[in-house]
Design a binder for this molecule. Structure first.
Ligand SMILES: [Cu+2]
Length: 111
């Protein structure tokens, strides 16, 4: 009885901590259609962690890649991935779809 109460308190504390982190995080969403990103430009505030959900609406796979962001992750056709980005300084960070580099281009604008 006593130990289960302690567990409940710990669970509540953990949930609170998680909510605090989530509130400070910027969540962005981008989709891929016809080998292009939409929107092609994402905006995020500086110095905060960023989560980007990449939805691939094409039936073929794409690789979400950014040298500036140090990201390289394959997203299967008709699937989605979530990438986490460390807090960034203001600037423009290019990304692209490695499998269709000619068309799949975008930028994350941090300000
Ligand atoms: Cu690559």
């Amino acid at each position: 009885m006593k130990s289960s109460r302690i567990l409940l308190v710990l669970a509540a504390l953990a949930a609170g901590a998680g909510a605090a982190v989530a509130a400070d995080e910027t969540s962005l969403e981008i989709s891929i259609k016809d080998h292009r990103f939409s929107p092609a430009e994402l905006h995020a505030p500086a110095d905060k962690p960023i989560t980007i959900v990449v939805k691939n609406l094409d039936s073929t796979p794409e690789e979400f890649e950014s040298k500036a962001l140090k990201i390289e992750k394959v997203v299967a056709g008709s699937a989605e991935i979530t990438v986490r980005v460390r807090p960034l300084k203001p600037g423009r960070y290019r990304f692209f779809g490695e499998y269709h580099e000619a068309t799949a281009k975008g930028e994350l604008v941090v300000e």
